[in-house]
Design a binder for this molecule. Structure first.
Ligand SMILES: Nc1ncnc2c1ncn2[C@@H]1O[C@H](COP(=O)(O)OP(=O)(O)OP(=O)(O)O)[C@@H](O)[C@H]1O
Ligand SMILES: [Mg+2]
Length: 358
């Protein structure tokens, strides 16, 4: 069902991204592409696209939601990942690999994975031999990481660079909701990043244009045997700005029987709680909390140029240097709270706009 709240997993539930979907599936299947990045602002459907593609490709895909993994600890993450791969790749391949690595004929079940992968070399060996076995069996495997930027802390970008460089039977799909951090992770214009300079295909998801939102609502309502009026569609387009995550939420509420006005209010109310939590989390690690909040407020009030923003700080008698302002803007861009379009800055989300105005 189109209005299901969980990220989609089936092609029939994926609306309006046929082109992106086909591009992704073709790229994964194509031998000249080793890595694909799915980028886009928050709640535009990156995870859904990735999930569905993994289910549709003709070879094994391992889906790793990094948030659910022990991403803060390298060794624990290694064994988590190997376990995930083990579940997908057939048992003979895995025991072949482990035989090679250990030099003795023990099976995976006999060894404590945690202990085994506490050695970095063992982990490298694992991939080397996985690649060999896959090649021998004429197979490929796709490792898809959602919220991959979280793996920066444990330097997993080095491992991915080495997989990219050395093991062509292993393909990578990466995505994440903090767009600038994702770009940093893959080394976009960042020479110091281990993944810098690797060729990858980029797929960008955007907000829906009003016509697409109308169609999405129309199809979604047809599925739930309900009708939506012209005025209601117009409200949704106006208030939720083509962000499929919010619009799905609205559709779900209507499916549950909530009336239009109340459904729209509820999406805004609950959405604001969620966005507030995201901002709080972002501010937690930062000293200049107040400055960030002011910046968001100025943006919400329609100050979009650098000069206007700077002027507003001066007007409110809050000291801020040019460098600081640049840095704060960069941080907000990195985390996907704002976007920059022809030298102007905008809040990236209509619900964030409501939060920032407060
Ligand atoms: N193409 C689509 N068709 C139908 N529903 C979708 C589509 N894309 C996303 N959705 C719905 O929108 C919501 C957000 O989707 P999803 O989690 O895939 O987005 P995301 O970009 O990964 O979000 P985040 O930035 O928070 O990680 C979910 O309820 C999902 O079911
Ligand atoms: Mg996601």
């Amino acid at each position: 069902m189109l209005f299901d709240l969980l990220p989609k997993t089936k092609k029939k539930d994926l609306f309006g991204v046929d082109y992106a979907f086909q591009t992704l599936v073709d790229a994964i299947s194509d031998d000249s592409t080793r890595m694909v990045i799915i980028k886009g602002l928050r709640r535009v459907g990156k995870t859904s696209l990735m999930n569905v593609a993994l289910n549709e490709i003709p070879f094994d895909g391992v889906n790793i939601d990094v948030r659910e993994s022990p991403y803060y600890d390298q060794q624990r993450f290694f064994s988590y990942l190997v376990e995930k791969i083990r579940r997908k790749v057939s048992e003979p391949i895995i025991s072949q690999i482990l035989k090679k690595i250990s030099g003795v004929g023990i099976s995976y079940k006999d060894i404590s994975a945690q202990l085994f992968f506490s050695k970095h070399e063992n982990f490298q060996f694992f991939f080397e031999n996985l690649n060999k076995q896959l090649l021998k069996n004429d197979k490929k495997i796709v490792l898809a990481f959602d919220e991959v930027q979280l793996l920066k802390e444990i330097k997993f970008d080095y491992i991915l660079a080495s997989i990219f460089d050395n093991y062509p039977q292993i393909r990578l799909v990466l995505t994440g909701s903090e767009i600038g951090l994702l770009e940093k992770f893959i080394g976009k214009s960042n020479y110091d990043s281990p993944l810098y300079g690797r060729a990858y295909l980029e797929i960008e998801l955007k907000r829906m244009v009003p016509e697409a939102t109308e169609k999405f609502l129309e199809q979604g309502f047809a599925q739930i045997n309900k009708k939506i009026s012209f005025g209601e569609v117009r409200d949704v387009v106006e208030h939720l700005d083509g962000i499929i995550g919010w619009i799905t939420h609205y559709g779900w509420l209507r499916h549950e029987g909530t009336l239009h006005e109340e459904a729209l209010e509820k999406v805004k109310r609950e959405g604001q709680e969620l966005v507030k939590r995201e901002i709080k989390q972002f501010l937690n690690k930062r000293k200049a909390k107040l400055k960030y909040l002011l910046l968001l407020k100025f943006l919400a009030n329609g100050n979009n140029t650098w000069t206007e923003l700077k002027y507003n700080f001066v007007k409110e008698d809050k000291k801020i240097t040019d460098n600081q302002l640049n840095f704060y803007l960069k941080e907000l861009l990195d985390y996907g709270f704002i976007e920059k379009i022809s030298e102007k800055y905008y809040l990236s989300d209509p619900i964030l706009l409501l939060v920032a105005k407060r």
